[in-house]
Design a binder for this molecule. Structure first.
Ligand SMILES: [Zn+2]
Ligand SMILES: [Zn+2]
Length: 74
């Protein structure tokens, strides 16, 4: 997963002030992760440089490769 695209204009997002930002639309973009099993939004856990995702509904960690990532205008 290398492309982080703006939900409005589909251009590549840049990283600014600890968040994603679209230079063409000039707005911040929020990255949200959803559970592949129950579709609830998941919590991102940062552990030792690698990110993992925890679903509060399933009450378990989900593999990063299965997580559904969505970008939304913040
Ligand atoms: Zn944009
Ligand atoms: Zn879940």
């Amino acid at each position: 997963m290398s492309s982080n695209l703006c939900p409005s204009c589909q251009s590549e997002l840049s990283w600014k002030n600890d968040g994603y930002y679209c230079d063409s639309c000039q707005h911040a973009v929020k990255k949200r992760a959803f559970c592949p099993d129950c579709n609830d939004e998941m919590e991102k856990l940062q552990a030792c440089g690698s990110a993992s995702y925890f679903c509060n509904s399933c009450n378990e960690l989900k593999s990063k490769s299965r997580v559904k990532i969505r970008f939304e205008k913040a």
